[in-house]
Design a protein around this ligand. Sequence first.
Ligand code: PFF
Length: 432
Amino acid sequence: MDREMWSGGIGFIFASIGSAVGIGNIWRFPYIVGANGGGAFLIPYLISVFLFGLPLMMLELAVGRHLQTSVGPAFRAIGKRFYKAGIVIVAIVSLILSYYLVVTSWVLAYALFFAFQRPVDFTAFTGSYYPLLFFVLSGLIVYATVRSGVRKGLERISRIVIPLLVVILLFLVAFSLLQPGAAEGVAYYLAPDISRLSDPMIWAAAFGQAFFSLSVGMGILLTYGSYLGEANLFKNGVVIVVADILIAILAGFMIFPLVFAFGLDPAAGVNLAFVTLPSVFAGIQFGWVLGMLFFAMLFLAALTSAASMLEVPVATMIDSYGYSRHKATLLIFGIIFLLGLPSALSYTGLHLELFGTPLFDLSDYYFGTLGLIISGLIVSIVAGWFVDTEWLFEELGGSPRMQQAYLVLVRFCIPAVLFVTLISQVFGIAAV
Ligand code: PFF
């Protein structure tokens, strides 16, 4: 059977931006900036993105494109002994997806609640069984996307979602900046507190956020690269990275002016999106339209990211075991749905907890934070050290000096940074 491919470079770029731009950009990035030194945070963030995120992204793309296969078989092709490491990555992405789907389902619920002008209260919502209903619904949408295939599913949906998302975001930013008192919000968001840069916590937060936001180190880009023909990987990578950063920065221009204009607390975390902003929307005329647009935008962003995660195990199932796409998607989705059920139930009337912590929060920490870093470490070590540099350089292009510098980055710097970030997370030194 012929391998499915993107329709071309543009289709690939849209799908990759779709994967990168998610809840991490629109909601997580702004509050991390606000909480970690404002504008000064952009320095470690941009360094992380360009010095570590982009090279790792190019590595994944190069491996995927050269080997024309997904994570499991690609790792086996690098060396038989790495197959299990590939499966670990597939498992981590699946676990991340299982709880990412829970947030995806909340934003879908909120979009619909606003659309029907029904007041939303987070405590009441998560005390009911509505979240379960939306977990099923959003799961089915992600499932249908991946089942439709590379071009007809992942690519097509991203081509629609990304432009739509940008239009909604620009509209909301304009609205937000026109509010009286908006300047104060912008000041909180971006006023640089340079003294904070000496704080290692800020750097760990920046590395973590950069890897999360770009969806690197998860085998997603490796898989997406395997559907790619001719293309300059560096240029494509830069486009994806810049789009991701711009959307994240813009999102802050929408959130903080609103929060400050209404005299609310720019609290970090779940409260910002699900409590603070809804109370802003509830207090404005036609706020329900804004609320609906905001949560619809979050849902669209989350949908394409979630679909990209589901594609990783599905593609491995197809390439390794010869399953049809329909069968592989059904099977994998069924497993991920079951894995996510405890997280979903932890924010329903059932309140599933372990030692007093909701299971969703545990998944966020163990899979979304630690798992993500571990997976990035495995990818950078296996792909950085064990692929044949001859074909790697052929894929990447560039001058011999650039190639040598690149090798130092992916072999030493990226694993080292990831390792330090992991340690600081485990010992609770990092901010997020
Ligand atoms: N990049 C996505 C976001 O910013 O929301 C989240 C994400 C997708 C993280 C895929 C990890 C991943 F493997």
